[in-house]
Design a protein around this ligand. Structure first.
Ligand code: GDP
Ligand code: MG
Length: 296
């Protein structure tokens, strides 16, 4: 078989498992995962390379109604993500029935009819046997395709079969990216995202959405240790107190877990230092969003 290469846009509602699926296929945590909506804030590319193919997956922020400038920028990035795309991989929560948000995504997909569509019905582990036929028919009808696969991304079930289906639709082409490149994001951005992921996992309610992370400095020392200093920006004093935790215990835990992930990703030892800063209204501040790399 000749070598295949293509760009695949991964679209779908928040929380259906898009990032989990991409990380699984790419084999690295290129996109952070949590059960909170708006986990993925900007488009992130994850590249899977073998001898036979190279697929560049574009993980888009969820398509939903924007309430503030950060969310508007996220939606624009999702809508603008179909330029130069060879295939649209629609991911849905296959255990649930299709709803009006799926319908609005289907509309977006249908306006790009020249691009092939593959449907992934994820969270198969939650799907009741008696609902399989009904849900498959509902989603296939809505997205106008019968190219679908049911998967459990968290366990990697059927992900190989989904990959086969995707490859079937990709053009025969030489690879475009270097074989050892698995994301278009900088180490700095990934480090900031790993910290944000731990915050998403360990805090509740308004804290996750009021948080941004910036890497202030990064030094690769000669002995191989990366010295990384990052600031967590929050909206209010009360959120700062929550993040610090009792005697600084929470921030310490966040730092340790993010460092472990970062060391695995980079294959090098990391010293990660975290600070918390209060900056009221940062989500409405265009300069802040630009500095944070959330906006072009
Ligand atoms: N039960 C189950 N949970 C999943 C599956 N795939 C992803 N999840 C979980 O669903 C949540 C959202 O996943 P994420 O990849 O961040 O979704 P995204 O917003 O579409 O990128 C996380 O808690 C995942 O662990 C799956 O196949 N089955
Ligand atoms: Mg995501």
């Amino acid at each position: 078989m000749a070598h295949k290469f293509g760009h695949v846009a991964v679209v779908g509602q928040p929380n259906v498992g898009k990032s989990t699926l991409i990380n699984r296929i790419v084999g690295h945590k290129v996109s952070i995962v949590s059960s909170k909506p708006q986990t993925t804030r900007k488009r992130v590319m994850g590249i899977a390379t073998t001898d036979d193919y190279q697929i560049a997956f574009i993980d888009t922020p969820g398509i939903h109604e924007p309430h503030n400038r950060l969310q508007r920028s996220m939606v624009e990035q999702a809508r603008g993500s179909l330029d130069g795309i060879d295939l649209i991989l629609v991911v849905v929560d296959g255990a649930k029935r299709a709803d009006e948000i799926d319908e609005s995504i289907a509309k977006l997909v249908r306006t790009n009819i020249s691009i092939p569509v593959v449907l992934c019905l994820n969270k198969m582990d939650h799907l009741k046997a008696e609902h399989v036929v009904r849900n498959v028919e509902e989603y296939c009808g809505m997205f106008g395709t019968d190219e679908y696969m049911m998967t459990t991304a968290t366990k990697g079930e059927n992900v190989d079969k989904l990959l086969e289906l995707v490859l079937k639709h990709l053009p025969e082409r030489a690879p475009f990216y270097p074989a050892d490149e698995y994301t278009d994001q900088s180490s700095r951005f990934i480090a900031a995202e790993y910290v944000r992921e731990k915050i998403l996992h360990k805090t509740r309610q308004e804290v996750p959405h009021a948080t941004a992370v910036v890497v202030e400095s990064w030094e690769d020392r000669e002995d191989g240790l990366a010295m990384v200093s990052a600031t967590i920006i929050v909206d209010k004093d009360s959120q700062r107190a929550i993040l610090l935790g009792k005697h600084g215990s929470l921030i310490k835990m966040i730092g340790t877990e993010a460092r472990v992930d970062l060391e695995e990703m980079l294959g090098q030892k990391v010293f990660l230092e975290l600070h918390v800063r209060v900056q009221t209204g940062w989500r409405q501040n265009p300069r802040m969003l630009h500095e944070l790399d959330y906006e072009g």
